[in-house]
Every structure is written in structure tokens, then in C-alpha cells.
Design a protein around this ligand. Structure first.
Ligand SMILES: CC(=O)N[C@@H](CC(=O)O)C(=O)NC[C@H](CC1(C(=O)N[C@@H](Cc2ccc(O)cc2)C(=O)O)CCCC1)C(=O)O
Ligand SMILES: [Zn+2]
Length: 590
């Protein structure tokens, strides 16, 4: 470490010069591994991570020297930058053996997850595309139940013991920085003392709306599968909701469309009929952002991204966006399929890239989201506008005669609710479970029991087959072995409606919120972009206030958006809604 005779300003300038090449080195090694999972690429990546941890430890030590030296007077901005430089997470582990073991456990869990496949007789399916397509299209109870259980046997079960060790090592490392456990560290990214209470309040606020949707979907699926596969407790069996984790239900939209004779807005068939390709899906998304005043994707983006699943090697198919922190090197890695859901994911990933490009002139320490939820909300906010019947007509992907017809409108809101409302309890519960695991409240022997307690109580879904002590179902969801926090998505699903409403107001929208298409509106674009340019240079309430005039997360715009659907659902459901706290001991068979 350089001696501290540097002034804070000189240190910050040096950090600026040295940190980007270091980040780039790790990102290149991570990209090489995720686009070609081999033992040697794992070793190269672990080595890069260890080198980066040592670099971070040196920067953290020097930053703390300035922060703790009362004789030095720092500007508020210097203090903010130094505090962020000192925030090095689990890289704080100085015991190299433990640091290496921790890095190896994470790459090990990632590769088990990414290579997992379910074989029935000699026919083996990977998560993408095989199992995902099966859950998108199959209505066969037995096949779905076998795939649901098989995936958990091949992923979660194999990760269980590694995960317990990961928790232990992660907590040990983060306690060196003074945090009680990893959960406390993850929550500190929101820099809000009431954060946990705030998200709990938001969840309580939207729960009645979710319960109405749950009741309607349950009733419609009973008509399709027969009531006998549903437990008397009111839970919906997890395997028939069109998604491996029951986290979004858009893929059963065609089964539960309220008004059969009217259009729904899943444009998959139209996309296929019109010969969409993964590349043209990315170009469509790029054109929308460009219409708002955002930049086009860079040359390097088109050269270095991986937009389709390669056939000759193992890759991490889970979509992701990358800031390589080197000139115009921004990338997306995605095993893109031509369907509605992936078109929205393309917008989500491109939203990350647009945020990277909007804050690229900020100091390195400020090149991040105002909080992690902001980064997740950018693309989804745009996708809310893309999915309006108005915009789908502009794209010639929807041909409804009258998109304001009441029944078409309810179909549309239902399809959006299956994606956005269904997700909320799931987005909320993953880190409820992990915070309790990191705190030590949930011990390894009760990992799965605590998981299903949350899944049954908060989400109202039940396992199609009995779960046992060997099972580790949280490990069957990418972000858990992936060591990626998840509450950011719950935050995003609330604030994206605040961003959307603010952009719509800026665009002078006078239609009902769910019909607002701000395509080609530079005023809306400017409103969004000027907030994104802040990066993490300001506390997130300042960024939120700049775009919405408010400093708090608020579910009101989300409730306003779905208001017409709530009336429909309450009329349909009467008092047939809700479920008991616990799932049944023995799930009914198909
Ligand atoms: C190098 C790196 O890691 N980069 C970060 C970005 C960054 O931090 O800069 C990144 O790309 N993370 C990957 C992750 C991928 C996806 C995801 O995991 N989504 C959640 C929840 C959800 C579901 C529906 C939805 O509409 C929005 C979210 C899930 O699928 O459960 C998969 C499809 C969508 C987004 C992502 O993009 O957030
Ligand atoms: Zn994201």
C-alpha cells in the first residue's frame, strides 16, 4: 500500500486510475468462465478474484486512514467516495485459505447449478431451453411434477452442504468489516435504517391485491387440472404455474384469460410468425431506448455479446448484463428464445446497459445504481411501455380492433398481473429466508422447512411432492447458489411503477396509467436519463425525488395501475379467496 502522504484527493484520483483495470480483469475472467464453463476457466477466475480482494483490502485500509483521521477535513463528497471504497464486502477476508475456499465454493455451486439437467429415460433436459420450455407450454401434471422434483434433485440437493459452508465463511469475512452477518451487509446497500420495515409495509400493502389474483388463478386452474390436485388448504400446487419457481405466472395466461373471445397480449406467436430472431429482438429494444434519447448499443456490444446459447460448450444461460469497465465494452449474455417473455428480458438486460452508459462519466465508485433496486427497475420501466396494447400495435404485434374495449382491457391487465403481481411475494420472501439464515435463526437442518414455511404462508403455493430433510429447494433458484441478493427485485417491482408514472406524467399522458406508451418522447426520456446519470453519487431518496418528487418507495402507482383489475377480481371471487398458513402434510397426487 502506498504510504498515506497522498492527500485524499490524490488517493481518490489514483483509485480512479487503478480500480477500473482491476475490475476489468475480474470481469473478463468472469465472462470467460460464464461463456465457457471449464475447470481451467474456473481456476483463472478464482485467481483473479483473490488478486482483486488483495487490491480491495489495500484500498480499504488507506480509505479508512483518511476517514478515521480527525485532523484531515474531508469534503462531503470525499467522505462519500472514501466510505464506498472502504465497503469491500467479503473481500475483507485476510486469511487467504478461507478467502480461496469461499471463492471456490461459489464457483462450485454456480457450475453445479448451470450444468444441472433432468433425465427421463435417456432424454435429458437442461434448465434452458428444455425445462423452461416445458414449464412454458406443458399442461401435463405428471410431467411437470417429475420435472419440478427432478430439477431440485439435480440442483438444490447437490448444493446443500456447500451452502452451509458458504454461509459460515461469508459471515466470518463480513464480520471483519464490523457487520453482524451477510444479511446486515446486504441491507446496508440501501443505506436506510428502516429498510426492512419499509419493505414489510409495502408487502402488507399489496398482499390483498395478490390474494385476489391468487384466488382467481386457483379457480381457473382447478377447471383445467381438476380440483383433486389442489390441497384443501387453498394453496396452488407450485408446478402448474408456468414457471420452475412459480415466481411469475405469465405462461399460464392463455389458460386463465378472463374473456376468451378477446385478445391477450402474449405476442409469442406473432413474433414467430413475423420471423423475429434474437438479434432483431435486441434491435427492437435498442430502437425504443434510442427513441427516448438514450444511446444505441456500442460496436463492442454487438461484437462481444452472447445473444444465443452456444451448442458446443457449457455456459451460464441465466441472462446477464455486463459493464466491463473498459471504454465502450458493455455486453449481454443471454440464451435468447423467440417469445414474449424473452423480449421483455431483453429490455430488462438492456436497461442495465443503458444505466452503465448513463453514469459512465461518474467517478468509478459512483458507477452503480442509486440502490440495487434502481438498477433492476430501468429496463422493466421501459418494458411496461413496450407491452401496452398501443405500443404492441405500433410494433404490428397486436391487431385488436378496439384496444379500449373493457374486456380486452381486463385481459391485458390480467396478463400484466400474472407477471408483476404474482412476483411480489416471491421477490419478498427469498431474502426473508436468507436474512434469517445469515442471522443464524435458520440452521442448516431446517433450511428447507423454513423455506416452505415462507412459500406456503406468503405465496400461497405448495410443493407437488412431499419434501424431505435431504431437499434444499432454495438452492434450486439461481440467485441462492449465485450469491446474488434478491430484495432488489421486490424493490424494483414497486419503484418501476413510480418511475413509469413519473415518465408518463412527464410525457403528458392523460390515458389510464396502464395505457401509457411514452415511446419517442424525449421529455420522458430526459426525466429518466437525468436521474440515471447520478449513478450512486447521491443517496437514493435524492434520485427518487428528482424523478418522482417523492423520497419514499410507494406502492400507490402500482395499485393505481391495477385498480380496474382489482374490481373485476373482487366481483369474481366474492369471499372465495385466501389460504391457510401451512401447506398440507401430504400433497395430493396428480
Ligand atoms: C454481471 C451481472 O451479474 N450483472 C447483473 C446486472 C447488474 O447488476 O448490473 C445481471 O445481469 N444480473 C442477472 C439478472 C438476470 C435476470 C434475473 O435474475 N431476474 C430475476 C427476477 C426478475 C424476474 C423478472 C423480471 O422481469 C425482472 C427480474 C429472476 O429471474 O429471478 C433474468 C431475467 C431478468 C433478469 C438481472 O439482469 O437482474
Ligand atoms: Zn437485472
Amino acid at each position: 500500500c502506498d504510504s498515506a502522504q497522498e492527500t485524499p484527493a490524490e488517493f481518490l484520483a489514483r483509485f480512479q486510475r487503478e480500480a477500473r483495470p482491476m475490475h476489468n480483469k475480474v470481469a473478463e475472467a468472469n465472462w470467460a468462465l460464464q461463456t465457457n464453463i471449464t475447470v481451467e476457466n474456473e481456476e483463472v477466475f478464482v485467481k483473479a478474484r483473490l488478486e482483486y480482494a488483495k487490491f480491495s483490502q489495500m484500498q480499504e485500509r488507506q480509505a479508512l486512514l483518511y476517514l478515521q483521521n480527525t485532523t484531515i477535513n474531508l469534503t462531503p463528497d470525499e467522505r462519500r467516495q472514501l466510505t464506498k471504497i472502504a465497503d469491500i464486502g467479503t473481500s475483507a477476508q485476510t486469511d487467504v485459505v478461507k478467502l480461496e475456499r469461499f471463492a471456490k465454493i461459489k464457483t462450485n455451486m454456480d457450475s453445479i447449478y448451470s450444468k444441472a439437467e433432468v433425465c427421463v429415460e435417456e432424454n435429458c433436459l437442461q434448465l434452458e431451453p428444455g425445462l423452461t420450455e416445458l414449464f412454458r407450454t406443458s399442461r401435463d401434471c405428471e410431467r411437470l411434477s417429475t420435472a419440478w422434483q427432478g430439477w431440485r434433485d439435480q440442483s438444490g440437493r447437490k448444493i446443500k452442504d456447500l451452502y452451509a459452508e458458504y454461509v459460515q465463511l461469508g459471515n466470518e469475512a463480513i464480520q471483519i468489516l464490523g457487520y453482524k452477518d451477510m444479511g446486515e451487509y446486504w441491507k446496508s446497500a440501501y443505506d436506510t435504517p428502516t429498510f426492512e420495515k419499509d419493505v414489510a409495509k409495502l408487502f402488507e400493502q399489496i398482499l390483498p391485491l395478490y390474494k385476489q389474483l391468487h384466488a382467481y388463478v386457483r379457480r381457473r386452474l382447478k377447471a383445467v387440472y381438476g380440483a383433486h390436485i389442489f390441497p384443501s388448504s387453498g394453496h396452488i400446487p407450485a408446478h402448474i404455474l408456468g414457471n420452475m419457481w412459480s415466481q411469475s405466472w405469465n405462461n399460464v395466461g392463455n389458460l386463465i384469460k378472463p374473456f376468451k373471445s378477446k385478445q391477450s397480449v402474449d405476442v409469442t406467436d406473432e413474433m414467430k410468425a413475423q420471423g423475429y430472431t434474437p438479434k432483431s429482438m435486441f434491435e427492437t429494444a435498442e430502437a425504443f431506448f434510442y427513441s427516448l434519447g438514450f444511446a444505441n448499443m456500442t460496436k463492442t456490444f454487438w461484437k462481444k455479446s452472447m445473444l444465443e446459447k452456444p451448442t458446443d460448450r457449457n455456459v451460464v444461460c441465466h441472462a446477464s448484463a455486463w459493464d466491463m469497465e473498459k471504454e465502450d465494452d458493455f455486453r449481454i449474455k443471454m440464451c435468447t428464445r423467440v417469445n414474449h417473455e424473452d423480449l421483455m428480458t431483453v429490455h430488462h438486460e438492456m436497461g442495465h446497459v443503458q444505466y452503465y452508459m448513463e453514469y459512465k462519466d461518474q467517478p468509478t465508485v459512483y458507477q452503480g445504481g442509486a440502490n440495487p433496486g434502481f438498477h433492476e427497475a430501468v429496463g422493466d420501466t421501459i418494458a411496461l411501455s413496450v407491452q401496452t396494447p398501443e405500443h404492441l400495435k405500433t410494433l404490428d404485434l397486436m391487431h385488436a380492433e378496439n384496444i379500449y374495449d373493457e374486456e380486452t382491457d381486463i385481459n391485458y391487465l390480467m396478463q400484466m398481473a400474472l407477471d408483476k403481481l404474482a412476483f411480489l411475494p416471491f421477490g419478498y420472501l427469498i431474502d426473508q429466508w436468507r436474512w434469517s439464515v445469515f442471522r443464524g435463526t435458520t440452521k442448516p437442518e431446517s433450511y428447507n422447512e423454513a423455506w416452505w414455511d415462507l412459500r406456503c404462508r406468503l405465496q400461497g403455493i405448495s410443493p407437488p411432492v412431499k419434501r424431505g430433510p435431504e431437499d434444499f429447494d432454495p438452492g434450486a433458484k439461481f440467485h441462492v447458489p449465485g450469491d446474488t441478493p434478491y430484495i432488489r427485485y421486490f424493490v424494483s417491482f414497486v419503484i418501476q411503477f413510480q418511475f413509469y408514472k413519473a415518465a408518463c406524467d412527464a410525457a403528458g399522458n392523460t390515458r389510464p396509467l396502464h395505457h401509457c406508451d411514452f415511446y419517442n418522447n424525449p421529455t420522458a426520456g430526459h426525466k429518466l436519463r437525468s436521474m440515471l446519470q447520478l449513478g450512486s453519487s447521491k443517496p437514493w431518496p435524492d434520485a427518487l425525488e428528482q424523478i418522482t418528487g417523492q423520497r419514499q418507495m410507494d406502492a400507490q402507482p402500482l395499485m393505481e395501475y391495477f385498480q380496474p383489475l382489482l374490481q373485476f377480481l373482487e366481483k369474481e371471487n366474492g369471499n372465495d379467496y385466501g389460504w391457510t398458513e401451512n401447506c398440507p402434510e401430504n400433497p395430493p397426487p396428480c
